[in-house]
Design a protein around this ligand. Structure first.
Ligand SMILES: *Cc1c(COP(=O)(O)O)cnc(C)c1O
Length: 229
């Protein structure tokens, strides 16, 4: 099936569930992204800042770009003018820098806190206690140019269905607790970004509002010249 066919298949399935599709276009060339764009997709996720900034310049201006990969504080400035959602916030220090760069552009940048739910050492993210500590801090309360709109998590690789479901459920339970404690009156705090090509169905059953799907829309990743840190 073509990229357009794949996309339309996911779109109709996810629309029924009222779950948002983030088309993960990392390592895909601009032709592939345009094929998805021409089939109606407007929201794309990338995980390397330089690749994201290059593509943003080359592609239509009405694309909503999400950063889903690890972000270093010294790179925030490259995406601050245009980024729609930073899904991978994993420290207060990073949030302070995003706030500073957003202010320069007179913007409020939407962010998700990335929560560590996998049973592995390799994934970035905040622990449950760290996330709550961040939200309670006086420093956080002063940040006016960022808005936390939900949580993001990545389940363990190669886990059983049960483990994956448990990890997604933990994230949803944390989301519900944080909603009650910190964002009860804020309708904008509503996103639980979880689920990728291999596990999006389990994620939706566990309460995902936003899935990040790459390889099963675009096929193999092509570009390899961007360095991850
Ligand atoms: C690459 C990536 C995805 C998409 O993964 P696929 O298995 O290709 O669907 C989703 N989320 C994050 C954070 C990623 O880095």
């Amino acid at each position: 099936m073509s990229i357009a066919d794949n996309l339309l298949k996911y779109k109709s399935e996810l629309d029924k569930e009222q779950v948002e599709l983030i088309a993960v276009s990392k390592y895909q060339d601009t032709d592939a992204i345009l094929e998805a764009y021409n089939a109606g997709q407007r929201v794309f996720g990338e995980n390397i800042v330089q690749e994201l900034a290059d593509k943003q310049q080359q592609l239509p201006a009405d694309i909503e770009w999400h950063l889903i990969g690890h972000l270093q504080t010294n790179k925030v400035k490259y995406i601050a003018p245009f980024i729609k959602l930073i899904q991978s916030v994993d420290s207060l220090k990073l949030l302070v820098e995003i706030n500073k760069q957003a202010a320069k552009h007179k913007r409020v940048i939407d962010c998700l806190l990335q929560i560590y739910i996998a049973d592995e050492d390799t994934k970035f993210g905040l622990g449950f206690d760290q996330a709550i500590e961040l939200l309670r801090s006086d420093e956080f309360a002063e940040l006016k140019n960022i808005r936390i709109v939900g949580l993001m998590g990545i389940a363990s690789n190669n886990a059983t269905e049960k483990q994956t479901t448990d990890e997604f459920t933990e994230l949803k339970v944390l989301f519900d607790g944080i909603k009650l404690s910190f964002f009860r009156k804020e309708d904008s705090f509503k996103e639980v970004s979880m689920g990728m090509s291999g596990d999006y169905k389990l994620a939706i059953e566990a309460g995902s509002t936003m899935v990040r799907i790459g390889s099963s829309i675009f096929g193999k990743r092509k570009i390899k010249h961007y360095k991850t840190e």
